[in-house]
Design a protein around this ligand. Structure first.
Ligand SMILES: Cc1cc2nc3c(=O)[nH]c(=O)nc-3n(C[C@H](O)[C@H](O)[C@H](O)COP(=O)(O)OP(=O)(O)OC[C@H]3O[C@@H](n4cnc5c(N)ncnc54)[C@H](O)[C@@H]3O)c2cc1C
Length: 325
């Protein structure tokens, strides 16, 4: 891996804006995120909610805001490493090396930690043999629709992700059944209506209590959450969409000064380690507000300070974008 000027840990709204701004300042950038998609909390936690406090947008759907930020944040072609959790940080040469959960090493001159509440990972079903079937019929996200072509699918969950994937996979799958533990859904009403109109079967008041197979998943046992009656349900794949958990875990071991699970920064968003900045929800300082509008401002300052570290001749204030692009 080549050494970049700036590595950004976390491709949420704040990290994405940091990436855009660093690109505009001519820096080489790498974004690392543990999720399979850029967007952070906007996509993982509330894609169908409206956000009302973005400058210039009286209201905007979180997933649309995420898409705009991802487009802007990748405008200068940063290296984007998804499905990778930053585990370790070593001082090395003219900066640091970030060590990923995959074992890959990512050399960098400076670092911005915009890790929010920590690395997101999907909530699992909690069954003893679950790990045996991961990637072999049991999935927590959809990378490629083609993988599910012609298959009978059970989609577990009652939120936006479950219903969105039912809609998206309907044209390719042989059959789709939604399995949900209640009869109420958190998904957007319009999506629920569209899924019902397609004739997707809803198995309500049911949870998956067993997974069956011989190497690959062949089926499940579903239990009625009220009567506790069990039924065997055979299918080719189970896609679990029951939320995400987040954990700052490894970042807490990086020798950064922490206060209540947040990284302490000075007014220039510098941490106690030289060349390492923290912005967005993960950082704390006097007057800290956990908002996107303030987080992206923090990102701009951190990027400009990082720029002057790498190139001492560079000005802190870059000028106006309207005169730069
Ligand atoms: C329901 C809800 C509604 C909200 N509504 C609003 C609103 O209306 N307006 C507003 O301004 N704010 C709102 N917020 C808050 C807003 O979403 C956050 O302030 C914002 O997402 C913070 O952005 P961030 O980039 O700092 O972190 P995040 O969005 O949390 O992104 C952090 C990213 O870092 C990744 N990551 C973390 N650790 C690692 C690691 N070790 N390795 C690799 N990747 C890692 C995570 O996977 C994640 O993608 C809302 C929040 C919630 C939950």
């Amino acid at each position: 891996m080549e050494r970049v000027d700036l590595t950004i840990i976390g491709g949420g709204p704040v990290g994405l804006f940091a990436s855009f701004y660093a690109g505009m300042r001519g820096m080489s950038v790498r974004i690392i995120d543990s999720l399979p998609e850029l967007g952070g909390q906007l996509l993982a936690l509330y894609p169908e909610k409206y956000v009302y406090d973005m400058p210039g947008f009286p209201k905007v759907l979180a997933k649309d805001l995420a898409a705009g930020l991802a487009e802007q944040g990748t405008q200068f072609a940063p290296q984007v490493v998804l499905d990778e959790t930053a585990m370790g940080l070593e001082e090395e040469g003219e900066g640091y090396t970030v060590i990923g959960a995959s074992g890959e090493r990512y050399p960098t001159r400076t670092l911005i930690v915009s890790a929010g509440a920590g690395a997101f990972s999907p909530t699992r079903l909690g069954l003893p043999n679950e790990a045996d079937f991961e990637g072999k019929g049991l999935y927590y996200s959809v990378r490629s629709k083609a993988e599910f072509a012609g298959k009978k699918l059970a989609i577990v969950g009652g939120g936006d992700s479950a219903f969105d994937w039912a809609l998206n996979l309907h044209p390719v799958a042989r059959e789709i059944v939604i399995v949900h533990r209640r009869d109420q859904f958190r998904a957007h009403e319009e999506t629920i209506r569209a899924v019902k109109q397609l004739g997707v079967e809803l198995k309500l008041w049911k949870t998956v209590v067993e997974l069956h197979g011989n190497g690959n998943l062949l089926g499940t046992t579903l239990e009625d959450t009220q009567s506790k009656e069990r039924e065997r349900f055979d299918c080719d794949a189970v896609i679990v969409n029951i939320g995400f958990k987040s954990s700052l875990g490894p970042i807490k071991e990086w020798g950064l000064t922490m206060e209540k699970n947040q990284i302490v920064v000075d007014p220039l968003y510098r941490t106690n380690r030289p060349g390492v900045f923290a912005v967005g929800d993960v950082c704390t300082h006097d007057g800290k507000l956990k908002l996107i509008a303030t987080g992206v401002g923090e990102a701009v300052t951190a990027v400009c300070v990082a720029k002057t570290l790498i190139d001492p001749a560079a000005k802190l204030f870059p000028g106006h974008s309207s005169e730069m692009l």
